[in-house]
Design a binder for this molecule. Structure first.
Ligand SMILES: NC(=O)C1=CN([C@@H]2O[C@H](COP(=O)(O)OP(=O)(O)OC[C@H]3O[C@@H](n4cnc5c(N)ncnc54)[C@H](OP(=O)(O)O)[C@@H]3O)[C@@H](O)[C@H]2O)C=CC1
Ligand SMILES: O=C1O[C@H](COP(=O)(O)O)[C@@H](O)[C@H](O)[C@H]1O
Length: 333
């Protein structure tokens, strides 16, 4: 690994207390050499001894803000040098970012490489879109589709012509070309964040909110998607993308993509011509609103709920904050 890509930062000390006090310590080293990880382990152990009544019993969570292609060497080092040593209690968990590989082969390879080092319950796959307030609402909260008697009977192809899941950003790679150019917009955003939203919008009601039940329903809806037609995909690259010095001059990586997914199941297969719109805006400024177009009069009626206005003073957790805290608990969903 070259030097420019060899900085490893270890977060050795996070205190989460009612007063939200965070104390952070950095240890630097390279991804593929023992010294940095031995030092990191030493720092963690010192912290554990200073804080814990049970010597060297701890909960160690490793979250890597790195492209998954770098995971195998880093996780090998963690496995070798940084595990919780105690047989008494505690645990070691690792958080894996998206995209998980580039295709089926590389995803399976990555899975087996990480699987050789850690047991399944130790591995947490993170998709921060699942931590967003309105995405959580899609499944569990009061306005979630399964809890809401207003939406429940309407949520099918008799009443919904199409669902558009739109992600827009008004900035470029900003120095992240080293990661982004290797993956592109489909693997960076569509295959994970937007497909998760797609699954939550389209899936059937899970038997319970247990992780495996939610996962099973997501799998079913993905299996119901018909093969994508070439003519229903558009790819592009925004002008100026290659101006970023971290992007190769001749990059052909897509930075724009649109695709139509057709679901072949009882709920969604069928045609409905409709002109009303129900919008769930995850960001910026969380909101839900409805635009009703009364055919001849073309009257636009808006029924809206802006989270900022409606829930003034209520703190909405950041997606990562919610999910990283979840990794400390017993439930990986
Ligand atoms: N940025 C974001 O908003 C989000 C990012 N993620 C995920 O986090 C991970 C990292 O993304 P992000 O932090 O944005 O990416 P960056 O490009 O900022 O890279 C993060 C770190 O990884 C290093 N790095 C990048 N490419 C390579 C490589 N090919 N080999 C070795 N090291 C490399 C960088 O080193 P150097 O600085 O030297 O290039 C940097 O230290 C990705 O998996 C991404 O999907 C997930 C959600 C949101
Ligand atoms: O995963 C990623 O997401 C961010 C966008 O996240 P958001 O919460 O700000 O919508 C994106 O910028 C980044 O390229 C990608 O890796």
């Amino acid at each position: 690994m070259n030097d420019a890509k060899s900085q490893m930062i270890g977060l050795t000390d996070i205190l989460i207390e009612p007063a939200d006090i965070f104390s952070v310590k950095y240890v630097s080293g390279s991804y593929d050499s023992a010294e940095g990880f031995q030092l990191l382990d030493k720092e963690i152990a010192m912290h554990e001894i200073s804080k814990s009544s049970q010597e060297v019993s701890s909960r160690r969570l490793f979250y890597l803000a790195l492209p998954p292609s770098v995971y195998p060497p880093v996780y090998r080092m963690i496995r070798k040098y940084c595990m919780n040593k105690s047989d008494l209690s505690g645990w070691t968990r690792v958080v894996v970012e998206k995209p998980f590989g580039k295709d089926l082969d590389s995803a399976e390879l990555l899975g087996s490489q990480i699987g050789e080092l850690f047991d399944e319950p130790q591995i947490y796959h993170i998709d921060h879109y699942l931590g967003k307030e309105l995405v959580q609402n899609l499944v569990i909260n009061i306005s979630g589709r399964f809890a809401n008697r207003f939406f429940l009977p309407l949520w099918n192809c008799d009443n919904i012509d199409n669902v558009r899941i739109v992600f827009r950003e008004d900035f470029g790679t900003e120095g992240r070309g080293g990661y982004f150019d290797e993956y592109g917009i489909i693997r960076d955003i569509i295959q994970n964040h937007l497909l998760q939203v797609f699954c939550l919008v389209a899936m059937e009601k899970p038997v319970s909110l247990k992780p495996e039940h939610i996962r099973d329903e997501k799998v079913k809806v993905l299996q119901s998607v018909l093969p994508i037609k070439d003519e229903e995909v558009v790819l592009g690259q925004y002008e100026g993308y290659r101006d970023d010095v971290t992007v190769p001059d001749h990059s052909n990586t897509p930075t724009f993509a649109t695709v139509i997914l057709r679901i072949h199941n009882e709920r969604w297969e069928g045609e409905k011509q409709g002109r009303n719109e129900f919008v769930i805006r995850l960001q910026p400024s969380e909101a839900m609103y409805m635009k009703l177009t009364m055919s001849l009069l073309i009257l636009l009626l808006s029924i809206s709920l802006s989270y900022k206005q409606r829930y003034q003073g209520v703190m909405i957790r950041e997606a990562y904050e919610r999910l990283v805290l979840d990794t400390y608990g017993p439930c990986p969903s």
